[in-house]
Every structure is written in structure tokens, then in C-alpha cells.
Write a protein that binds this ligand. Structure first.
Ligand SMILES: [Zn+2]
Length: 328
């Protein structure tokens, strides 16, 4: 006999990153019922990565004793420039050699299910909006601090992608003219000032200049295998260097949030990503205070600035929302 479980419209959300692929099976209420994790191994080339995505989808489905036939659609959040209409990855700095890769077509062929593809930060924003915010605001901005800094915009209840589908690139908003060099070629971008890679670079160069930090006791003089969690441990031990660098990153983030509030006046700005997940306690108060200082009088009233609780799950959850959209 067919059970209620068999009739559930399950979807799979995939978070494709430069180092790992996460997949989650979600029920109609966006509860995750099964998941999998696989390394990306981008050096093996696009075809291999696409096969690994398909494998991660199958693994997640197997994990919760379902069958691929019970899955209605698959959503994928991918890093870089994505054309969601064509389902193509146009270009991705995190996936070397990926140019105009027809990910949607290739995955549909491998899994025989409808597939939707979107930029990863847009997908995370969708995840936060649909799974986390109870009162659905009309306008929301998501800002994600990980290795780099990305963002996504919900305007009038819909994902806003702009003319060339590149809207939301908040990480490359210039906050300091002539500031630190950014991966995009510019200087002083938000990402070059407050992304994890930027923080780690600044710590490494401070250590080279002879500054003292407990991080060298923890990890050795070259700060090998430094992670966001180590920054939190160093802060708990009262490390002044780490404290100053994290404070600065939070201040820059607050200024970026103020710019966003001045420009778009959303009801909610949600901060997420690995860095916020690890350092929420240390960063959020400074972010909110700085944003209040810099936002224009009158734009600020009633605007909420909150940290996402979805953490690493924002990507798979948002990709599941994307997949649900494919069914509409
Ligand atoms: Zn940049």
C-alpha cells in the first residue's frame, strides 16, 4: 500500500562549492530528511564534477531510503556567474576551467529529473527567506561572509538578478579607495577587507611583522590550516591582534550594511556564512552599531539586522526552494 511518505513531493537541494558538494533531500515543508557530502575535486574537470554532483544526489536519496523516482526536482546553487534560464555556469573562479558549462542539461541527462541552477549566494538568500523568516518581508538582503563575500536580493518578494543577472555582488562594493587588493582586480572591495581569506592574509602578514598572537602557539609560525573556529578560540583567550582584525572586519561589514540600507531600504538584512556562524557573538553587535552610525537618519527605523541560523545548510535549503519553484 502506498504510504503518505510515498506521495510527498520531495526535492533535492545541492550546494556546489569549490571544495565540497553538499546535497539534501527535503520534504514539502522544507525539512531535511537526508543528506550527503562529497569532495568536489575540481582538478578532475567539469564532467567529473558533474558526475560527483549526481552521485551526491543519489547518496542523499539513499540515506533516507527513498528512490530517485520519488524526487520531483533538483536545485543546484553554484559559485560564480550563472545563467539560470539556460542552466549554464558562465564562469566560476572557484571551479577552474568552467566556462559556459551546461550543468542543467548534463544533470538532467544523468538523473532524468527537472534541474534548476542558480548562483550560490542567490540560492542562500532564497533559503534564508523561505525557511527562516517567518513574517515574509517584501524586501530582504542577504550578505554571506565566507572565504569571500557574496550577497543576494529579494525585492518585492522575488529574487532580483538585474540586467546581466549579476545583481547582489555586494562583496565587490568598494569600501576603501586604494585599499587591499581584491581577487577581482580592484582595490578596497568589501570582500578584500572582511572576507575570511582577507582576514587570514592580514593575520599572516602581522605575524611576519613580528606581532604576537596565540594563533602561532596553536598552529605554528606559518598559521597552517587556520580556520574561522581558531579565531573564536583565540578571542576567547583574549588575543588582542585577532580581536582588532575581527573588529575591523565587523566595522567594514556594518558600513556595507548601512550602504545597502541607504540604497534599498529593505525590512531585513540577514548576515550568514561561515565567518558569521563562527563569530556571531563577536561580530554582530559591532555590525549593527556601525550600520546604525552610517545609515542615513530616517532610513534606519524598523530595519532589522539579524544573523542566519541556517549556517552551512543555507545552500542546500535554498537549492531545495529553487527546486520547488521548478514545480510551480
Ligand atoms: Zn573585488
Amino acid at each position: 500500500m502506498e504510504s503518505a511518505r510515498d506521495k510527498q513531493p520531495y526535492v533535492v537541494g545541492v550546494d556546489l562549492g569549490g571544495t565540497k558538494i553538499l546535497a539534501g533531500v527535503f520534504d514539502a515543508k522544507l525539512a531535511c530528511v537526508g543528506r550527503s557530502r562529497l569532495s568536489t575535486k575540481p582538478h578532475r574537470g567539469a564532467a567529473s564534477v558533474i558526475e560527483r554532483i549526481a552521485r551526491s544526489v543519489r547518496d542523499a536519496i539513499d540515506e533516507c531510503d527513498l528512490d530517485l523516482r520519488q524526487v520531483q526536482a533538483i536545485g543546484v546553487g553554484a559559485p560564480g556567474s550563472v545563467n539560470p534560464e539556460k542552466g549554464e555556469i558562465v564562469f566560476s573562479p572557484n571551479l577552474p576551467g568552467w566556462e559556459n558549462i551546461p550543468l542543467q542539461k548534463a544533470l538532467t541527462k544523468l538523473l532524468d529529473r527537472p534541474v534548476r541552477v542558480e548562483n550560490d549566494c542567490n540560492v542562500c538568500t532564497l533559503g534564508v527567506y523561505h525557511a527562516e523568516l517567518k513574517a515574509k518581508p517584501r524586501h530582504m538582503v542577504g550578505i554571506f561572509l565566507g572565504t569571500g563575500v557574496g550577497g543576494g536580493l529579494i525585492l518585492d518578494g522575488k529574487l532580483f538578478s538585474g540586467f546581466n543577472r549579476t545583481a547582489g555582488e555586494i562583496g565587490h562594493m568598494v569600501l576603501e579607495v586604494g585599499g587591499a587588493k581584491c581577487g577581482c582586480g580592484n582595490r578596497g572591495c568589501f570582500e578584500a577587507l572582511a572576507g575570511r581569506a582577507a582576514l587570514f592574509r592580514r593575520l599572516a602578514s602581522a605575524v611576519k611583522d613580528g606581532r604576537k598572537t596565540v594563533l602561532t602557539d596553536m598552529l605554528g609560525p606559518d598559521l597552517k590550516n587556520l580556520r574561522s573556529g581558531d579565531l573564536r578560540k583565540a578571542l576567547k583567550r583574549g588575543d588582542k591582534l585577532v580581536e582588532r582584525i575581527v573588529e575591523e572586519a565587523a566595522e567594514y561589514t556594518g558600513i556595507a550594511v548601512a550602504n545597502v540600507i541607504n540604497l534599498l531600504n529593505p525590512e531585513v538584512v540577514v548576515l550568514g556564512g561561515g565567518l558569521i556562524q563562527q563569530l556571531e557573538e563577536e561580530m554582530m553587535a559591532i555590525i549593527v552599531e556601525t550600520a546604525q552610525d552610517y545609515a542615513m537618519t530616517g532610513t534606519w527605523k524598523g530595519v532589522e539586522i539579524v544573523a542566519s541560523e541556517l549556517g552551512d545548510d543555507a545552500g542546500i535549503t535554498g537549492a531545495a526552494v529553487l527546486a520547488q519553484g521548478a514545480l510551480a
